[in-house]
Design a protein around this ligand. Structure first.
Ligand code: NAP
Length: 308
């Protein structure tokens, strides 16, 4: 536990999945809250969270769980945020800070803000950290360590609430960045949403091929395919909601992607090796910069063990 005072008294996290359970674990490990309540609509998920001793209290009722909470974090799929806000609102105390971890920000702002009582401060957020797994067992306390957390306060948001929320995420090991919800959605469309769509698509295409068998696709997957399958194994509910709620930004980035793909097709057709070599050199440089920025390990082949 940290020796300085926790930035938050009572923390309530709604949604005990990968991200919610990681927030709870990290808040406890790094002393970011004095008490922690956890809520989930699914009785089985809640029972599993309780068995893991993740929080100080557990509730299937979100209104009960938020009673007396200073910070409430919604950690459910983006499409469930509005319903959760409606259910939790009657239990919120004046002055409480409400935030979320959703992967899309404009739609969450529009879906949640109208349901919150007066005197409650809503500051949407998105920790840019995760894995392809789901559920309370998948979480871990260091998930946010060294990662970015983007906060997207609306105009006129309380500076005090923003400062408390920033301190909370800093305590979990994140570096906080602040931007508008619309800008967040554009940035994440190209850095996260379109890459997931490409992975879902290539894995789906390989699965549907007739000239190459499915067992060959699995057998020879070390040629590159298996690295896409990690992303394409991500939670179907979460990702359905991301694409339905960040439609415009994803379609805009997909338009750019399709243009560039057409240029690559042309380069291959016309044997333009210089164009291919130039692009592949630039992309290799981007990988180096990601490692230099501490956003991935330098280990070869994602650190998979290889015998000498
Ligand atoms: P997850 O592991 O599937 O957890 C979501 C949890 O919310 C599940 O336990 C789910 O229960 C519960 N839930 C669904 N609807 C609910 C409701 N109406 N009331 C209360 N609980 C409800 O998903 P996750 O990966 O933690 O994602 C949670 C949020 O984090 C999403 O908004 C996602 O966009 C965002 N996020 C995810 C990642 C990532 O890499 N996964 C990264 C950053 C942000 P059921 O299992 O019964 O549905």
């Amino acid at each position: 536990m940290s020796e300085t005072a926790a930035p938050v008294g009572k923390l309530t996290v709604i949604g005990a999945g990968l991200i919610g359970s990681s927030v709870v674990r990290a808040a406890r490990q790094y002393g970011a809250a004095e008490t922690i309540a956890l809520a989930d609509a699914d009785a089985d998920v809640l029972a599993r969270a309780r068995a893991l001793s993740l929080a100080d209290s557990y509730s299937a009722s979100v209104a009960d769980a938020v009673d007396g909470a200073d910070l409430i974090i919604l950690a459910v799929p983006v499409g469930a945020m509005a319903n959760v806000a409606v259910a939790a609102a009657p239990g919120m105390k004046p002055g409480a800070i409400v935030s979320d971890v959703g992967s899309v920000k404009s739609s969450v702002l529009k879906a949640v803000a109208p349901h919150l009582p007066d005197g409650v401060h809503f500051i949407p957020g998105h920790p840019v950290a995760g894995t392809e797994q789901s559920g309370p067992e998948a979480g871990f306390a260091t998930l946010f360590d060294g990662r970015w957390c983007i906060l997207t306060p609306a105009d006129g948001a309380s500076e005090t609430a923003l400062s408390i929320l920033s301190d909370f995420w800093s305590r979990l090991g994140s570096t906080v960045d602040i931007m508008t919800a619309d800008h967040h959605d554009l940035v994440l469309a190209i850095t996260s949403h379109v890459p997931h769509l490409i992975a879902y698509n290539i894995v789906g295409t390989a699965n549907d091929l007739e000239t190459v068998t499915r067992s060959e696709v699995i057998k020879y997957s070390a040629g590159g395919f298996r690295d896409f399958t990690r992303i394409a194994a991500s939670d179907p509910t979460m990702w359905r909601d991301v694409f339905l709620n960040n439609k415009d930004a994803v379609l805009e980035m997909l338009g750019r992607f399709n243009e560039d793909l057409t240029a690559l097709q042309r380069a291959i057709r016309w044997g333009d090796g210089d164009a291919l070599f130039d692009l592949f050199s630039r992309t290799r440089e981007i990988r180096r910069r990601i490692i230099d920025a501490g956003q991935d390990e330098a280990a070869v082949d994602f650190g998979r063990p290889h015998d000498d």
